[in-house]
Write a protein that binds this ligand. Structure first.
Ligand code: GDP
Ligand code: MG
Length: 437
């Protein structure tokens, strides 16, 4: 499935991983290769350029982020963006318990409706759902036989070849399903019509009269990004509840179909991957992309990146939650050793980013002094250091046994740090240089 795209994507990632140093040039080359791979897979050009733009932007923002190498980050962002264009989180068929759920299948002829009805029926039965099928396609003479073969006497089927309209058959079928006490009934419909218009007309009529729990639209992967047009056309007639994309096994355009449908906002729940009854898969964008990128370790990478990002957020939040008074400033510095790093605050100090071990020691001696100074300030001064005029500075220096120069330095450093913290709360956190302690 999508071997070509997969190979190209994996090659691109391998290319970037092999580089000793990743500069803008390599990133540009990498992104071009990703674009080529996706466009080859019939993914809409707009979606593709948006995807690579997002990766570029996030990379720029994250450049300075510590703990994650640029290569890991590129893999992670590629993964993240691919999952996004495929619809994000996994969606599931919702079955309301203790009542009959009616799912009406829609789709043009040959898209794989009847086959998919059979596949989903078995899938549900294997999950111990009481499921049945209604043969609502009264146009095709062989349709009932096709269903009988697919269901293999294992799943109850309602059919009536003597009736004229499919609506009559479907309505009676629903009564039958109710009497049987089924939890789910799948309604196969006809895809062949004189024109697309008359197909849509009949669909609208069925939906109107039957009022199903949801509709399931079946789309052939072969049509690639045209899937968008088709999904939108059906959506006009009857709200598309779920989508199944069939023939993912044989089509190089599957990625195009999936992304096009996801961009309409229709939840893809299954993909068909062959003609046999069990060749259907729950569609999970995360797993799908992991396979596409051939990275079994991707999951752990993702967790690591997310964890680090979360820790950073929390740290920033902790610092910005309070108003960041001079008291808090000194407290943060005091706990720096214990915490193993308060990179941001220290790096906001002039020369902070270059401190070695010896300088660190000197620095902590200074912090002790600052603690004495803060202790000598009154509450009003601690709340707002801008009121510190020269007579207050003199008083505090005296009281703390330090010099006026020391007091002024603390105020200056605190003011700088406060500015940095403000920047953090505006999201500029990533761009600050970091100091490792
Ligand atoms: P319908 O007209 O929409 O009911 O389509 P059918 O269910 O009759 O399927 C049309 C053809 O597509 C049949 O030959 C199926 O075997 C085939 N088909 C359906 N789903 C898949 C799939 O996921 N993979 C492959 N390779 N063939 C499929
Ligand atoms: Mg059919």
């Amino acid at each position: 499935m999508l071997e070509n795209i997969s190979e190209r994507l994996q090659n691109a990632i391998r290319f970037i991983t092999r580089q000793a140093y990743v500069s803008d040039k390599e990133i540009a080359e990498y992104l071009r290769e990703i674009q080529r791979a996706l466009i080859m897979g019939d993914v809409d050009v707009k979606l593709v350029s948006q995807l690579t733009e997002n990766i570029k932007r996030d990379l720029k923002e994250a450049r300075e982020e510590y703990g994650i190498s640029i290569k890991d980050r590129i893999s992670y962002l590629t993964y993240k963006e691919l999952v996004k264009i495929l619809g994000g989180e996994k969606k599931e068929l919702r079955i309301i318990p203790n009542q009959l759920n009616v799912f009406v299948f829609m789709g043009i002829q040959g898209s794989g409706k009847t086959t998919t009805v059979g596949k989903i029926a078995h899938y549900l039965r294997n999950k111990n759902v009481k499921v049945g099928v209604i043969a609502g396609d009264v146009f095709r003479p062989g349709a009932v036989d096709q269903l009988k073969q697919l269901l293999k006497d294992e799943i109850p089927l309602y059919s009536d070849v003597s009736k004229k309209t499919s609506i009559e058959v479907i309505k009676e079928g629903i009564e039958w399903a109710r009497k049987l006490g089924l939890n789910v009934v799948l309604v196969d419909t006809a895809g062949r019509h004189r024109s697309e218009e008359s197909l849509m007309e009949e669909m609208a009529q069925i939906i109107n009269e039957v009022n199903p729990t949801a509709t399931i639209l079946v789309i052939d992967a072969m049509i690639g990004q045209q899937a968008r047009v088709q999904a939108e056309a059906f959506n006009k007639v009857a709200k598309v509840g779920y989508v199944v994309v069939t023939k993912m096994d044989g089509s190089a355009k599957g990625g195009g179909a999936l992304s096009a449908i996801a961009s309409v906002g229709a939840p893809i729940i299954f993909i068909g991957i062959g003609e046999s009854i069990d060749e259907i898969e729950e569609f999970d964008p995360v797993k799908f992309v992991s396979r596409l990128l051939g990275k079994p370790d991707l999951e752990s990478l993702v967790k690591r990146v997310q964890k680090i990002s979360k820790e950073e957020m929390l740290r920033a939040q902790r610092m910005t939650r309070g108003r960041f008074t001079i008291e808090e400033f000194v407290q943060q510095l005091e706990s720096a050793r214990k915490m193993g790093g308060i990179q941001t605050i220290l790096s906001s100090l002039p020369g902070g980013a270059k401190l070695g071990k010896k300088e660190m020691e000197e620095f902590f001696v200074k912090v002790k002094k600052w603690r004495a100074i803060v202790n000598s300030m009154n509450k009003e001064e601690r709340e707002d250091v801008t009121i510190m005029d020269s007579s207050r500075v003199r008083r505090v220096a005296k009281g703390s046994g330090t010099s006026e120069k020391d007091v002024r330095e603390l105020i200056k450093q605190y003011t700088l740090a406060k500015k940095a913290v403000k920047k953090i709360s505006k999201g500029a956190f990533r761009n600050l240089p970091h100091l490792r302690l």
